[in-house]
Design a protein around this ligand. Structure first.
Ligand SMILES: NC(=O)c1ccc[n+]([C@@H]2O[C@H](COP(=O)([O-])OP(=O)(O)OC[C@H]3O[C@@H](n4cnc5c(N)ncnc54)[C@H](OP(=O)(O)O)[C@@H]3O)[C@@H](O)[C@H]2O)c1
Length: 350
């Protein structure tokens, strides 16, 4: 019998669900034990129900697993959730109420005041919000979320600057990969040779999530970080990896070498605790004048490292730079996995 903790995946057949399966294949603590998706997939073998879109093969023990109904009966107590927000809003509370630890990717509960929105390197202390959730009181279940795939790369790059020099203003313009829209996602005729300057609700998510993530836990609630923030989001014809052009004004003056050192020296709880999915270096500054680029750099640190480059003075704010982060690894499945590892290390998973 395996000593690993059994986990389930809600939305297992989708783009993020597939990443979960890939990342959990050789995980030292967790083992996939249960898969669920829509009633279109229910009752079918995983390999038949999922249109597998990753470059590694479907793990053999998962390929023949039957897709279960998306209901808490018979599900394990740790659930990774990769559902569309509208469905997640209905299903995630049902699993938390049934006593499950719901580690969610969707936006459904992210901004709820008693739900932690967590990047373990940035705000691991926000996990304590779990204790304020009614599910926790009634069934010991709870929900924890990770941010939107473009907010996470931005916040990984901003957090070291905010700690050392305090942010006053942030402007970010994204160039987001098509895999961020799920499968089948954006029609090829809409995106080939094109840029789409609109992603529904994405700018609002980036702005509010960034301030919650960099906010402060006080008296059982999060006070959002007070800096001014504006985001503009675009979909581009890139497969994986969200690139962002960022400008910041800082409260304390800094030299470029101090900013670069703040990024390269940034280490936090996941590195101290040696969590299995934590990258050795969460943020890497690339000195080449034309990097980072999604095709070459989004897999840094197994897709868990955020790449920063092109630091230069900004004529309007203080500094500008480029950020790159893997949207389905650090921006989704890897983010949730690292959250689950943090929860286990902190004793929340039994
Ligand atoms: N893609 C990214 O880069 C990314 C990054 C961060 C966060 N997210 C978030 O993660 C979530 C999943 O995204 P995705 O890109 O993986 O989407 P996706 O490829 O469209 O997959 C959606 C999944 O939800 C399942 N599903 C649909 N309706 C259902 C229902 N009524 N009951 C149960 N399951 C149902 C689908 O199952 P069937 O196959 O049976 O239809 C599929 O497994 C979304 O909230 C998204 O915003 C995505």
């Amino acid at each position: 019998m395996s000593a690993k903790l059994p986990v389930g995946i809600l939305g297992a057949t989708g783009i993020v669900g597939q990443r979960f399966i890939q990342m959990l294949e050789h995980h030292p603590w967790f083992e996939v034990d249960w898969l669920a998706a829509s009633d279109r997939s229910e009752g079918r073998p995983y390999a038949e129900a999922a249109r597998w879109r990753l470059k590694t093969a479907i793990p053999s023990r998962v390929a023949n697993m039957t897709i279960s109904p998306a209901k808490p009966d018979g599900a394990p107590k740790i659930i990774f959730a990769a559902l569309d927000a509208a469905i997640a809003r209905e299903l995630e509370p049902q699993f938390a109420a049934a006593g499950c630890a719901v580690v969610s990717n969707s936006s459904a509960l992210r901004m709820q005041s008693d739900v932690p929105l967590v990047i373990p390197e940035v705000n691991a202390d926000h996990i304590a919000l779990i204790e304020t959730q009614p599910w926790r009181q009634s069934s010991r279940g709870f929900a924890v979320t990770n941010p939107n795939c473009s907010a996470i790369g931005l916040v990984m790059a901003l957090s070291p600057l905010h700690r050392c020099f305090e942010l006053e203003t942030v402007m970010a313009v994204t160039m987001q990969a098509v895999s961020g829209a799920g499968y089948p996602g954006v029609a090829s005729l809409d995106i080939l040779g094109n840029v789409i300057p609109y992603i529904a609700k994405e700018e609002e998510k980036m702005e509010e999530e960034t301030q919650k993530l960099l906010g402060t836990l006080k008296d059982g609630r999060i006070e959002p970080a007070p800096f001014a923030m504006s985001a503009q989001c675009n979909r581009v014809a890139v497969e994986d990896g969200h690139t962002e052009s960022v400008s910041v004004r800082l409260k304390r003056k800094a030299k470029p070498e101090q900013l670069i050192a703040a990024w390269n020296d940034f280490r936090a709880e996941p590195q101290k605790l040696r969590l299995p999915s934590a990258p050795e270096q969460p943020v890497v500054y690339m000195h080449a004048h034309d990097r980072p680029q999604p095709r070459f750099d989004c897999d840094l640190g197994g897709g868990m490292t955020t790449a920063v480059g092109r630091l230069r003075p900004c004529n309007v704010l203080d500094w500008k730079f480029t950020v790159l982060s893997h949207n389905t690894i650090r921006g989704a499945a890897g983010a949730a996995l690292l959250n689950a590892e943090l929860l286990k290390a902190k004793g929340y998973l039994g």
